[in-house]
Design a protein around this ligand. Sequence first.
Ligand code: UTP
Length: 290
Amino acid sequence: MTKKIRKVVIPVAGRGTRFLPATKVIPKEMLPIVDKPLIDYAFEEAISAGIETFIFITGKDKSVITDYFDKSIELEAFLRDKGKHEAIDSIIKILPDSGSIVSIRQREPLGLGHAVLCAQDIIGDEPFAVILPDELLISDPPCLKSMIESYVSLGGNLIATMKVPKNETSNYGILDIESISDDIISVNRMVEKPKTRSAPSCFANIGRYILDPVVFSNLKKQQPGVNGEIQLTDAINSFDSSVPFHAKIFKGQRFDCGSKIGFLEANLALALERPDLSDKIRSSILKLLK
Ligand code: UTP
C-alpha cells in the first residue's frame, strides 16, 4: 500500500529573470493572473489534492509570499469599516490552518534539485508532492488530485506530462518512453533540455511530481547538471530500476507563466472565463485587433 501524500514542496526561490525589471522587487510567483497571484493557484491545487503541509522554498526578497498566506488583522478591520464584505471574503478564504505553512530559505538558487533537497528534514521518510507554481494547470479534477488517484496503484515516482511541439522540446525535461497505456506512460528516463534533434519524444515534464523520499539521497550525491544547476531530473533518473517511474498525461489547459507569452495568455484565458469580465475583455480584445 502507498502512503498518503500529505506534504507539498513549492519552490519559489528562483530569480525570475525572464520577468525583469518587475521581478527586481516582486517575486514572479506574486504576479497576478487576473486578480490572484500565481502562487494562489498552486496553493488551491494542493488544497484540493488533500495536502496538509505546504513547504515553500524561498529566497532573498520572497517573504511577501508567506505574508500573503497570513492573517491581516488591520486590512480586515479596514474593509469591515468600509462595508467591503466581498473583499473580506477574498482575503479570508485563502488563509491556511495555523502551522500548516513551512518556509525554508534556500541560501542561493543552485537549481530546482537543490531547492527540493532543502525540504528533506521537514518531509522525512514519506512520499511527497512538488508543484512548480509558474506552470499554471487548469482542469477538473485538478492535476495533482488526479495524479494522487493514479499514484495509489502505481507508487514510485510519478510526474505530469503533456505533448509539446517538437521545436520546443529543448525548453523542457523530455520523456524517454518505455510504453503508453491510456493516460499513463511508463518512463525509462527524462532528458533535461535536449537538443531538438535528439529529443526522445515530445512528452514534456510540466512541473508536477510525486516523489519517493529516496530522491533526497540521490540529490545529495548529485553534481551540477544542465546550466550548472543541481537538477531534480538527474536525481529522478538515478533511481534503481526497481522503483517504478510513470507520467500521467494531463488533459486540461496549461499556461507556462514563467514565460511572458504564457503569462499574458493565462490572463486573457482566465479573464474570458470570468462572468464579471468575459464580455468586457472580449470587446477589448476585438477593439485592439482592429
Ligand atoms: P525556473 O528556472 O523556471 O524559474 O524554475 P526562475 O529561475 O525563477 O526563472 P527565470 O528562468 O530566471 O525567469 C522553476 C521553479 O523552481 C524554482 C523557481 O522559483 C520556480 O518556481 N527554483 C529554481 C528554486 O526554488 N530554486 C532554484 O535554485 C531554482
